[in-house]
Ligand binder design. Sequence first.
Ligand SMILES: [Zn+2]
Length: 320
Amino acid sequence: MGRRAILLGASALLSACALQPPPRNAAPYATHTPPGLEAGPSDAHRSPEPHPASSSSDPSVASAEDGAIGSPAAATQHPEVDATPAPTSGSNHIPAANAYAVPGVTVHAWLATRTGPATKTAFLTFDDGPSAITGAVLDALKALHVPATFFAIGRSLELNPAPAQRAMAEGHAVCLHSYSHDYAYLYPGRSGNAVNIAGDYDQALSVAKRVFGPTYAPGAYRYPGGHMSWTGLEDADLALAQRGVTWIDWNCMSGDADLHPPTTPDEAMARLTKSFAQDGSPRAAVMLSHDKAGAHVTLATLPRFVQFFRERGYGFGVIG
Ligand SMILES: [Zn+2]
C-alpha cells in the first residue's frame, strides 16, 4: 500500500491546500542546543515505508489505563522548558518550543515530496498515549535532551491528561490521533467516512482544549493506522484541512506496531535502520513509534534511536 498511495493522497491534499513556505525552523533542538545535544557527522540513507497494521482491529486503542505521570517535572532542569504548560496561542507547544517546531503542513510536504530542510531533522513521534508508559518516555527524552511529538488519542487524553500536560510543559508538541481510534467507525469497509472522522476529530479537539487551554490548536493530525492504510480519505482530508490540520504519516519507524513487533532493542534498531534506508535516508525523518502501554522495547531503545540520528547529523524537531 504504500508509498504510491501515500504520494497520491499527499499530492491531492497538497494541491488542495496552500503550501507553506519553507521550514520555519529546521534545526530544532539544535539551535538552543541543550547540553549534550549535538549534531553528529555524516550522512545516511533513507528509508520509506511503512507500515503497520492495516488490518483492522484496533490494536492500539487507547491504553487508557492510568498513567504514570511524572511529577510535573523539573521544568527548571530542562533547558527548553517553560514554566507554564500553556501552549503558544494557536499552537500545540509552549513558546520555548517555537525554536524547533515546524508546521505540520511543511512536514507533510517534505514527506510527500521526499525532500527536507537544509539541516537534517528527525521528528520522533509517539502515538496512542497518554498511557501508563508516557511518564517514562518523558523521563527518557529529558535525559536525552530531545523533543518529540505526541499524537494523543482523545479518549485517553480525557481520562489521563497529566502526562500530556507534562509533555507540553517540557517542550514537546501534542497533536491529535482521533478521539476513538475506532477503525470500524472511522473507516467502515476500510474506506474513510469523512463525517465520522471530522466529528471524531472535533470531539478530540474539544477534549484537548479543556486539557491545554482554549487556544490550543494543533497543525497536524495522524490518522489511526496511518493515512496510507485506507482508501477514500479525500473528503476527510479536506474536512481536516478546513480545520487547519494536515495529516502526517511517517517515513521510518521503530516497528512497535508491526504484527510482530521487535522484542529487543537490537531488533528495534534493525527495523529503524531498514525503514530509514528504504526511504532513502530522508532529510526530514519522521519516526513512528508508540507510547501505549506495553511499548517497553521502544522505551528501552530510545537512547539508541536518538544516537542513530545524531550520528547522521540530525537535529530534532517537533511537528506544530
Ligand atoms: Zn494509533
